[in-house]
Design a protein around this ligand. Structure first.
Ligand SMILES: [Mn+2]
Length: 313
């Protein structure tokens, strides 16, 4: 249950041009439908149809659709700022994980003087930059954009001036051009198990706390949460991002990049229930539900809907 009588506004940010596979643009609506069928009353919601920005003709090797993503994330940033300024609480249902750039930037731009701690529940580390990405897909880069990290120490791509320009726009999203949006030491990765060498380089060099599947097994999810919250105790606000691929593939049927040894339903439920009730929670994002990849109708949206409903009840 949300603390302090927070009034949620659901923001459906449908951009999926950061993913390698299309279809996650339909995820937000599928999750909202599922929440309503579970009895969650959604009084206020906003739908951003920001998936089509500027996608024609603009594919770069090391930042696919980056121009369009800058526009899409500007619109999400603005919507989150408005929501927070109205004293409402943003629950962001997003297409692919590049949407975190707009979501977290919005929280920071609404509270420029507050220190934000980030809890990233994901199979992946999402710490690539255009300089290190193997795929060029922007949904592998949101944390680096938000933390202002290029990782030139491990540079392997020759990035065009155009991509470098738009990457800088993403890092400095918002009218005050704040970068970084959070301190990389104030990041905790939960469930990470499929990251590349360049990402582990950042994690090791800059001291990012990670809870891998073995840690979660050994400590138990309750202790993982305790440790996470004690590491972030000095932060003023928390941004929680939940990627559907953090879940074990046995229950994460409809998402773009599944990976074995993921969270069980019960572990995810405990995480979401505890974090949603936290008084410092500033925004909550749920992402990467892709109904078009689902092997079993809307099974993924159902699982994610049940988790969020459980967190809200
Ligand atoms: Mn992700």
């Amino acid at each position: 249950m949300l603390s302090d009588h927070k009034q949620p506004i659901f923001i459906l940010s449908q951009s999926d041009i950061g993913a390698g596979k299309s279809g996650a643009a339909q995820g937000p609506q599928a999750v909202k439908d599922e929440l309503e069928s579970l009895g969650v009353v959604i009084n206020e919601f906003e739908v951003l149809d920001n998936r089509t920005f500027n996608t024609v003709n603009l594919s770069h090797d090391y930042g696919k659709h980056i121009e369009g993503i800058v526009e899409a994330m500007q619109s999400l940033n603005d919507k989150v700022v408005q929501t927070v300024n109205k004293q409402h609480f943003p629950i962001i249902l997003s297409g692919d994980h590049s949407n975190a750039i707009g979501g977290l930037s919005g929280l920071k731009n609404a509270h420029p003087n507050k220190k934000i701690g980030v809890i990233w529940i994901d199979a992946h580390a999402d710490l690539h930059s255009p300089y290190t990405t193997p795929s060029g897909n922007m949904h592998g880069m949101p944390l680096a954009a938000l933390a202002g990290i290029d990782n030139l120490e491990m540079e392997k791509n020759s990035v065009s001036e155009t991509v470098a320009y738009y990457w800088n726009e993403l890092k400095t999203l918002g009218t005050d051009k704040i970068s970084p949006k959070f301190d990389i030491a104030d990041l905790v990765l939960i469930g990470v198990r499929d990251a590349e060498e360049e990402e582990w380089g950042i994690i090791k060099r800059l001291g990012v706390t990670t809870f891998e599947p073995n840690d979660i097994r050994n400590l138990g999810i309750a202790e993982v949460i305790n440790k996470t919250l004690s590491i972030l105790v000095h932060c003023d606000l928390l941004y929680v991002s939940f990627d559907a691929d953090s879940l074990d593939p046995s229950i994460s049927t409809g998402t773009g990049t599944t990976s074995p040894d993921g969270l069980s339903f019960e572990q995810a439920e405990t995480l979401i229930k505890t974090l949603m009730a936290h008084p410092k929670l500033g925004a909550f994002e749920i992402t990467e539900v892709n109904p078009s990849l689902d092997t079993n109708g809307k099974a993924m949206a159902k699982v994610v809907g049940q988790l969020i409903a459980s967190g809200l009840n």
